[in-house]
Design a protein around this ligand. Structure first.
Ligand code: ADP
Ligand code: MG
Length: 731
């Protein structure tokens, strides 16, 4: 009975492989940096001058790469890769499955005369056809209708994994619709570049390009791989569906920023070495709040590269964890009762002149520039909060949002009380022309104060989903398992749209006779007024906020189906179309994919829970109950009918409790099966997801409660499921 748990536990403490996996970090980690990346420096070495400058133009200006140049680049990439023992290449892309995809092809090409060569041409570099027609496409890509192909994205550098050259690519259908996370992201990045560069002409005409930046912070759990394998729910759903919380959880806060356990340290060291080679600038590592929970953060990078690096990192983390006999969990809520994992996305805008547009400068002009981008970002979030919410929606993230450990599902913006008072001052700016006195006052005492304020910007609010943190905004509600691209596509699209609108409004006022600064102040004043309802400085976890938010007309989209329903609002469809990100058909397809994924996740969880409850929990409970019955019978034999009862009192009450809980599980599972079947037969995806959310998922709780109660009653020796304390406290 319950052998898997005990076999797994037996392997734990003494096995050499767990102790001896020590990793030495080279004295100069920096020497490894970008060793496996076809970086700018490598390109300079391997490419002709012409090819090099053509690639740089493609990266910096988005110009097209000509075929003969692509041929040169391909040969150079192949030579470089082969010098490092590479034999295969793949277009590396990010389909809507949420993981990365690759199809390896060999450089090896047979030629006539029984000979063979290594070949890699411009055509092969530019395009590849993954023949798998089973990537999610929401009906866009019927297998018979049109195939999809991957296309090289020269703005993200190629890299080597193992013996394969990986070429970052986008994935699109032959009819031009996007089938991945990256293609729409690139469109959004180019939209915000154009919009922000236009706005920058008010402040600095030297700026010709604006690049959004992203610094993500990745949280994760590590579980011993043997223990992981012993839990069918973890293996099949990425989370535990049952399990009593341990006596000690995170109450003592003794794990957070504590010393890192040796085995984890070895994992982290090896991970850092891998990151360095792949050019991922990992800089921060520490323990997180929950036991066995950790975080990794790199230096920020251009959004496109940062997104690729996060996807790549998640892949490498899983591999390196494996080597150290860990399994890595990216699920947002793998364990009930302890904190879940998120992925904070720090976002800003950088110019090609080296400025951060969300950082105030040394003179009033720079500060007005800061205010412009600052207020426009807030306004963008105000206008499109629900779209931002939808971009982070997933079945797993639902467990985290609003669970008093992560921001609520209500989108609001935190800027700190001092900046908030600056905005309140700006609300008082005169309508139309400003007097010289007012201008001076604004320059010196309102806008002029910003740098000082930010120097001392210790004001942090962990309960806000969208917080200004000194020189960037931090989107704090992104799920740990999510692809950053989705929220980044929305963030940059809405920023672009907002900056376009701003430019138009300011230009109109200038044409109407206002000076540039006056026009900007006038438009910002209105934006601040209009966006007031989204700004919130208080405790986002409190019930009062939910009430207050409702009064302010902010949506509280608690579940994925609710959030995804909003995503189909005409306002958002039009936005995407206007900004050239998606046509209606593409939004519909993506929405459909997400709804289907949601339903599938809940469906799988329901099945796994039913199986475990019936095939593992009930039999063990009955097994233990039988022991108790034997014991009671024995007592009766020894002490006789009259005297045995007081002696068997506790056992008899346990026998009853076990029966009650077993019956709760049995009835619960029967109900769950019925609800599941009903939901499964619903044909409309939105309605189906709602049914899974409202009629299937709530039934998990009763089953879990009964099972967790049994865990506290049944002899530890007979309990089949590896316990929370074992998974969370094994180092
Ligand atoms: P914390 O939020 O934990 O207090 P920091 O404020 O130092 O830590 O930074 C957190 C993250 O913000 C880091 O991952 C960093 O890369 C990122 N970051 C810093 N500056 C920028 C920026 N201009 N654009 C995007 N991300 C940034
Ligand atoms: Mg942070």
């Amino acid at each position: 009975m319950s052998t898997l748990r005990f076999k797994a536990l037996e392997t734990l403490p003494f096995k050499d492989f767990r102790k001896d996996n020590s990793v030495e970090i080279p004295a100069k980690l920096s020497e490894l940096f970008c060793k496996n990346v076809f970086s700018e420096e490598t390109m300079r070495e391997y490419l002709t001058k012409e090819a090099f400058s053509s690639i740089m133009d493609a990266i910096k200006k988005g110009t097209k790469i000509q075929r003969h140049i692509a041929d040169q680049v391909a040969v150079a990439m192949k030579d470089w890769a082969m010098s490092k023992g590479v034999t295969h290449y793949t277009h590396w892309f990010q389909p809507l499955t949420g993981t990365t995809a690759e199809k390896h092809d060999s450089f090896f090409t047979p030629i006539e005369g029984g000979r063979a060569i290594e070949r890699f041409s411009g055509n092969m570099l530019i395009q590849q056809e993954p023949d798998a027609s089973s990537f999610p496409n929401g009906g866009i890509r019927n297998t018979f209708e049109a195939r999809g192909y991957t296309a090289w994205d020269p703005t993200s550098p190629a890299f080597i994994m193992g013996t394969t050259l990986c070429i970052p690519s986008i994935f699109i259908s032959y009819t031009g619709e996007t089938l991945d996370y990256k293609a729409p992201l690139l469109r959004a990045l180019s939209a915000v570049d154009e919009a922000a560069t236009n706005v920058m002409q008010y402040f600095d005409k030297n700026v010709t390009k604006v690049t959004p930046t992203l610094g993500w912070e990745q949280e994760y759990f590590l579980v011993d791989s043997a223990l992981y394998q012993s839990r069918p729910d973890l293996v099949l759903t990425g989370k535990t569906l049952l399990g009593h919380s341990p006596a000690k959880g995170q109450q003592l806060d003794d794990h957070y920023f504590g010393s890192i356990p040796t085995r984890v340290m070895n994992f982290m060291k090896e991970l850092e070495i891998e990151c360095m080679k792949l050019g991922i600038p990992a800089t921060t590592r520490h323990n997180e709040v929950a036991p066995n929970q950790f975080e990794l953060a790199p230096m920020f990078e251009e959004v496109n590269v940062a997104v690729d690096h996060n996807s790549l990192l998640m892949d490498i983390m899983a591999r390196v964890a494996h080597k150290h006999h860990f399994h890595i969990l990216f699920h947002e809520k793998p364990f009930a009762g302890v904190n879940g994992s998120g992925k904070h996305n720090n976002w800003s805008l950088a110019t090609d002149t080296g400025e951060n547009l969300l950082s105030p400068g040394k003179n009033p002009k720079k500060n007005l520039q800061f205010l412009t981008f600052f207020v426009n970002t807030i306004k963008a979030v105000h206008e499109y909060a629900d779209l931002l919410r939808a971009s982070i929606a997933s079945a797993s993230n639902d467990h985290r949002l609003g669970a008093n450990e992560a921001p609520p599902a209500i989108i609001s913006v935190f800027i700190g009380s001092q900046l908030f008072s600056v905005l309140e001052e700006l609300e008082k700016v005169t309508n139309g022309k400003l007097s010289p006195e007012e201008k001076t006052e604004l320059k010196l005492n309102v806008v002029g104060k910003i740098p000082e304020i930010l120097l001392d910007n210790t004001d942090r609010n962990r309960t806000s989903p969208f917080a200004f943190t000194g020189n960037k905004f931090e989107i704090r509600a992104v799920g740990s398992s999510a692809n950053c691209a989705e929220s980044m596509t929305v963030m940059n699209t809405i920023a672009a749209k907002q900056l376009n609108d701003f430019k138009k409004e300011v230009d109109t006022l200038i044409e109407g006779g206002l000076k540039k600064d006056e026009a900007i102040f006038n438009v910002l004043r209105e934006y601040i007024k209009q966006s007031k309802s989204i700004m919130f400085e208080g405790d986002g976890y409190s019930d009062d906020w939910a009430k207050e938010a409702k009064k302010r007309g902010l949506n509280n989209l608690k579940t994925t189906p609710e959030a995804l329903k909003q995503e189909m609002d005409k306002k958002f469809l039009d936005l995407y179309e206007e900004m050239g990100i998606f046509n209606h058909r593409e939004v519909e397809a993506r929405n459909e994919i997400k709804l289907e994924k949601y339903s599938t996740v809940i469906d799988i969880e329901a099945r796994v829970l039913s199986d475990i409850a019936r095939n593992h929990i009930i039999p063990s409970a009955l097994n233990y109950q039988n022991r108790l019955i034997e014991n009671v019978k024995g007592l009766k034999d020894i002490f006789g009918d009259k005297d045995f009862k007081p002696l068997a009192k506790e056992q008899m009450s346990l026998i009853t409790d076990i029966s009650e809980n077993v019956s709760k599980i049995k009835l619960g599972v029967e109900g769950l099966i019925k609800a599941r079947e009903a939901a499964k037969s619903v044909s409309n995806s939105q309605k189906q997801a709602e049914d899974y959310c409202n009629k299937v998922k709530p039934l998990f709780d009763g089953i879990r409660e009964a099972s967790d109660a049994l865990e506290m009653m049944v002899d530890d020796e007979l309990w089949p499921m590896t316990k929370y304390r074992e998974m969370l406290f094994t180092k």
